[in-house]
Design a protein around this ligand. Structure first.
Ligand SMILES: *Cc1c(COP(=O)(O)O)cnc(C)c1O
Length: 420
């Protein structure tokens, strides 16, 4: 079995383009998540090797010259070729259903590589207003300095995307569900609009992961990952990746990676590779926990509103269930009841500070449950007006549900909710 999965492609073609197309389609995703990797070493290790080396020795100068020019495949230097990184890329490409994948040092460096590879001065991007805050900063401020203009549009109104298209629109950028309000966009509909105007669609699949949602199969051209979140799954390393066609990875991304070096460290790639082995069962278990938790919160007397795609009360519930394998994911948010904006913040802080088990930290995607106050942390750089427009008020709390026992989580949150 492992013969097929440790197939020759990545082992013998280590240019960083880890073609997944020759992998056996007979294997299920759960199997690929555990088994897909480059060839074993001569020692036959069962757990994939960690190749912690900056460079690779060459048999002779002639071979080195051929490898450097791209005439021959072979590992050269870990800024752009490393077998451990190649294993992670291969596994993630197979899970996402893309031909290839390129690992990056963080989720944000994946977005940076995406934009550097695909855009030039004078190009235009259409992006949801509700994507990750640093993505908004990168497109709206940093790339604007180099003459790339971005129009930010509604997460859920596809007409706004269509109306924003210009002759120079090259890229649509979407993220679904969003942080912290879990708004869902229609990937299929956006891909149709993008392709009608010859633009590419990139989807940040950080919240769902391929265990729940596979944007490539819904028409997206590129998938962005923060490996820091659910792919690692235990809050250990910062990592990222772009999944795309073999041609895009080879022609657009590897050359930029080679020149600019937003490289994924082999150690971090190895941790993510191991994390992916349990991705399916974690996403399922954490989604089930989140649904139970959201259902409980919905009837809590101190809570005025719950935001979770798995609830029938969610405005895009049907779309989410269709697009996300019938699961809502592990992130939910809720408003605590309050009488004024001052009271709202005080109440939210009181609930968070009374918890004893949940981690008060800005991350998500961990098996440890995380509680945050988005308006004063992740969305603290927005003005009160911008936050109001986005629907993020001072009484909002976000929870990324982990794997602790649900009764312990409910009791922990009740310490604060019952006290306010
Ligand atoms: C965290 C996150 C990112 C950025 O990833 P890093 O690994 O922290 O750079 C991008 N998109 C989403 C949706 C995220 O949650």
């Amino acid at each position: 079995m492992s013969k097929h999965l440790d197939s020759k492609d990545s082992g013998s073609k280590p240019s960083g383009s880890n073609s997944a197309v020759d992998a056996s389609p007979a294997y299920h995703l759960d199997t690929l998540a555990v088994r897909a990797a480059v060839d074993k070493s001569q020692y036959g290790e069962n757990s994939e090797s960690l190749y912690l080396t900056s460079s690779f020795t060459q048999p002779d100068s002639q071979t080195a010259a051929r490898r450097f020019s791209g005439e021959e495949d072979g590992y050269i230097y870990s800024r752009f070729t490393n077998p451990t990184v190649a294993s992670m890329e291969k596994r993630l490409a197979l899970l996402e259903g893309s031909e290839a994948c390129i690992g990056t040092s963080s989720g944000m460096s994946a977005v940076l590589l995406l934009c550097m590879g695909l855009l030039k001065s004078g190009d235009h991007v259409v992006c949801s207003r509700s994507v990750f805050g640093s993505t908004i900063k990168l497109l709206g401020s940093e790339f604007a300095k180099f003459g790339v203009e971005t129009t930010f549009v509604s997460q859920t109104d596809t007409k706004e995307w269509k109306d924003a298209v210009r002759a120079n629109t090259k890229l649509f950028f979407a993220e679904t569900p969003t942080n912290p309000l879990t708004e869902v966009c229609d990937i299929k509909a956006l891909s149709a609009i993008a392709h009608a105007s010859k633009a590419l669609l990139a989807v940040d699949n950080c919240f769902c992961t391929p265990a729940l949602q596979r944007p490539i199969l819904l028409g997206a051209d590129l998938v962005i990952h923060s490996g820091t979140k659910y792919l690692d799954g235990q809050g250990r390393v910062v990592a990222g990746a772009i999944c795309a066609s073999e041609q895009l990875v080879r022609e657009k991304f590897i050359p930029v990676m080679r020149s600019a070096g937003m490289s994924l460290s082999p150690f971090n790639a190895w941790v993510v590779l191991k994390g992916m082995e349990t991705l399916g069962i974690r996403m399922k278990a954490q989604s089930e926990q989140a649904l139970s938790f959201a259902t409980w919160l919905q009837t809590h007397p101190k809570v005025s509103k719950v935001y979770y795609p798995g609830l029938t009360s969610h405005p895009q519930h049907e779309l989410a269930m269709k697009q996300q394998s019938g699961m809502g994911g592990a992130v939910l948010s809720f408003d605590v009841k309050a009488s004024s904006p001052q009271d709202a913040r005080q109440k939210a802080f009181a609930v968070i500070d009374k918890t004893e088990l949940m981690s008060v930290t800005a991350n998500l995607g961990d098996v440890k449950t995380i509680i945050t106050h988005p308006p004063s942390t992740s969305h603290g750089r927005l003005t009160e007006e911008q936050r109001h427009l986005a629907g993020i008020e001072q009484n909002l709390i976000r929870i990324a549900v982990g794997l602790e026992h649900l009764d312990d989580l409910k009791r922990d949150l009740s310490l604060g909710l019952d006290a306010i």
